[in-house]
Design a protein around this ligand. Structure first.
Ligand SMILES: CC(C)(COP(=O)(O)OP(=O)(O)OC[C@H]1O[C@@H](n2cnc3c(N)ncnc32)[C@H](O)[C@@H]1OP(=O)(O)O)[C@@H](O)C(=O)NCCC(=O)NCCS
Length: 172
């Protein structure tokens, strides 16, 4: 097993797009009617959207590869979560996914640390994460990294509305 953590480029759009759709479906498929899931995957993880995100100068994505196979990724950028305290210049962990069969071995933490370090590359600043209210595993991980719940909102997945928690880590 040779692990490689690297910044993704626009050339990785296919890989990131399919990895995102696959891990989201692996984790959350049971929560939605098939039509809602399909609509959401096509829009949130579509190739064009992924390409735009990878080319965006204020965003960054990391891929974790195991013997050349992409097994997880994380993306970060400016915060656009709906919360009154969000200020221009605040950062957000936008996505973090590790394929199910690779979870629980520190790989998510590697990706998270890369994203948080990049978000604070010019010094400490407030950081934000949106997480599904019942994603207790991810919430434990974020709590350990200093994030705390400061709000809630509803996140649309097709016609379904998910209750999401808004987490914030304040700069010291
Ligand atoms: C969240 C995620 C990226 C963490 O990756 P990972 O490789 O499992 O993380 P690590 O091995 O570095 O850390 C394990 C920690 O993650 C947390 N965790 C996250 N999901 C978990 C799960 N399904 N089961 C148990 N722990 C989980 C726990 O805090 C765990 O620490 P603990 O064992 O001490 O309680 C990964 O579980 C994942 O991709 N989950 C599905 C998608 C998802 O929920 N993404 C987050 C959306 S906001």
């Amino acid at each position: 097993m040779t692990l490689l953590l690297r910044r993704a480029t626009a050339l990785d759009a296919d890989t990131v797009s399919s990895l995102g759709a696959r891990t989201f479906a692996q984790t959350f498929r049971h929560l939605y009617p098939p039509q809602d899931l399909e609509t959401f995957l096509a829009s949130a993880y579509g190739l064009e959207k992924t390409r735009d995100s990878l080319a965006h100068p204020d965003k960054a994505t990391w891929l974790l590869e195991d013997d050349g196979e992409a097994i997880g990724y994380a993306s970060a950028g400016p915060c656009d979560l709906p919360h009154d305290e969000v200020r221009p210049g605040d950062g957000e962990l936008k996505r973090i996914y590790v394929l199910k069969e690779h979870q629980g071995g520190g790989k998510g933490s590697m990706l998270l640390n890369a994203a948080l370090e990049w978000l604070e590359r010019d010094g400490p600043r407030p950081l934000w994460i949106g997480v599904w209210s019942e994603n207790f595993g991810a919430q434990r991980l974020y709590e350990r990294m200093g994030f705390a719940k400061v709000g809630e909102y509803f996140f649309p997945v097709g016609e379904t509305r998910d209750l999401e928690f808004v987490l914030k880590r304040s700069s010291p």
